[in-house]
Design a protein around this ligand. Sequence first.
Ligand code: ADP
Ligand code: AMP
Length: 213
Amino acid sequence: MKIIMLGAPGAGKGTQAQMIADKYDIPHISTGDIFRENVKKGTELGMEAKKYMDHGLLVPDELTVKILLDRVAQADCKNGYVLDGFPRTIPQAEVLDKAITELGEKIDYAINVDVPDENIIRRMSGRRACLACGATYHIEHIPPKKEGICDKCGKELVQRDDDKEETVKNRLDVYHKQTQPLIDFYTKQGVLRTVDGTMDMKDVFTAITTLLA
Ligand code: ADP
Ligand code: AMP
């Protein structure tokens, strides 16, 4: 099963993608996590990506597409995957489409996690992330069992540099201009499904699994 998560930054794509990945035993692929890992390691890709990420801008398509295509070509993707944060532009979606079509395959679902902008800003300021395993928490809604420590791998949780209010506003702007057109793109392909992302995370997940069944 090949699934794409769509939605504004902070809509809950990563939270739901991880739950989908666990339930269906497919990899959760987040281009944001791949960039953050590279920033942390200080690789050339990381240093280049950071210039854009720190301002809430998109990393250029050429860089992003390459890392994504390399990732989905790996052996663990043969039974499918859930993409979180990719594609984010029409050209990215077109490249992905072409690559998948050439393999005689298709995207099964593009799940749009719908959350109004007002809720997003509140969510982002409470987000805490584990840079080691990619798990995401929220200090009020989805707290870890032990404050500041990842439930999954025991490493320290941090606030992402790009979750500052001003950067979040930029990221929302970028989302509306560059990413929202993908909703039309996948509607035309007949694979778009929208869920109300303002519900409790468990209810959002139930809504998603119902439409995947
Ligand atoms: P995205 O991957 O779309 O950027 P995340 O999954 O990281 O979003 O979620 C953003 C923040 O909102 C995180 O702190 C997360 O724990 C929290 N969150 C996710 N889903 C919900 C929900 N249904 N209700 C409240 N908070 C949520
Ligand atoms: P995310 O964790 O998905 O919110 O991504 C964090 C940041 O990484 C984004 O604000 C972008 O700067 C960059 N990024 C992640 N995925 C992409 C993508 N598909 N295209 C361009 N930039 C991306």
